[in-house]
Ligand binder design. Sequence first.
Ligand SMILES: [Mg+2]
Length: 322
Amino acid sequence: MQGELELIAKIRQRAAEVPAPRVTRGIGDDCALLRTTAGEELAITTDFSIEGRHFKLEWHTPESIGHRALARGLSDLAAMGAKPVATFLSLALPKKLTAAMKKEPSWMDRFYEGMLSLAKEEGAPLAGGDLSESSLVVADVMLVGTVPRGKALLRSGARAGDKLYVTGALGAGLLGLRILEGKRKVSVEAETDALHRHFYPQPRIEQGVALRGVASAAMDLSDGLSMDLARLCAESGVAAEVDAARLPRAMEATLAEALHGGDDYELLFTAPAKKRVPKRLRGVEVTEIGRVVVRRKGRATVALVDGKKKTALEAKGWEHFS
Ligand SMILES: [Mg+2]
């Protein structure tokens, strides 16, 4: 890529503004070196963010695209109860997006700005990556985190009798998308809230850490409750019931948006009925939304309880933007 050295020098300089206590060597050598300590396990996750599939250049600012690309990976660490150590980013983009116009920062500069501000907030310094030219913007983010050995929150630990919980409120990711598509009209207040949550989702790292030793199973809600809960049930070999009336919804989000919308990045978790689960975790509300039950042949894995009616909750997942 032409001018790559200067671009990397610029990225390196900005990345250095994020404290990196566990990065012995960051950008500049053949590999990054990360410091590990005894008694911990590494948690590693990768996520693609692809133009037209996860974001649109007409809708999303470069800052939001950078933020969202990192938030997806951080949310996966949160789901395991892991803390971030380092971020790696392979970014491919059209040449014109790297060009700075007069004194204006380039699209790429603004993308890094969005990503690195979240990296700084969450302690996830950029320690390496790759840069390439391509006709579409593609960001592949890899995150390395750590969790004390044996303490990671898994999808497979839910047992019949456990209660089911979520953090925060659901539906804003999809409501925000529908507003951008011009498919939904809501109040100004609800629109501001949904768009903010859509553009700048907040990964629940601290909440995940606080759930170690509390949750029996956990995952993050990236594809929507109906689909993600079915995955958790499959891994645990159980079934679940969700109480429609208890679902915490984002402002003016419909029940369907809360059930099937993706991109919320809240945590879904289970805990034994006897376990005391706080009503709030580091400032974020925790809501009991249902229960884990025994899996029975011929019966839906996930059921929705609405008043006296119990129906199978079909997994209608996130279709992204296509
Ligand atoms: Mg996940």
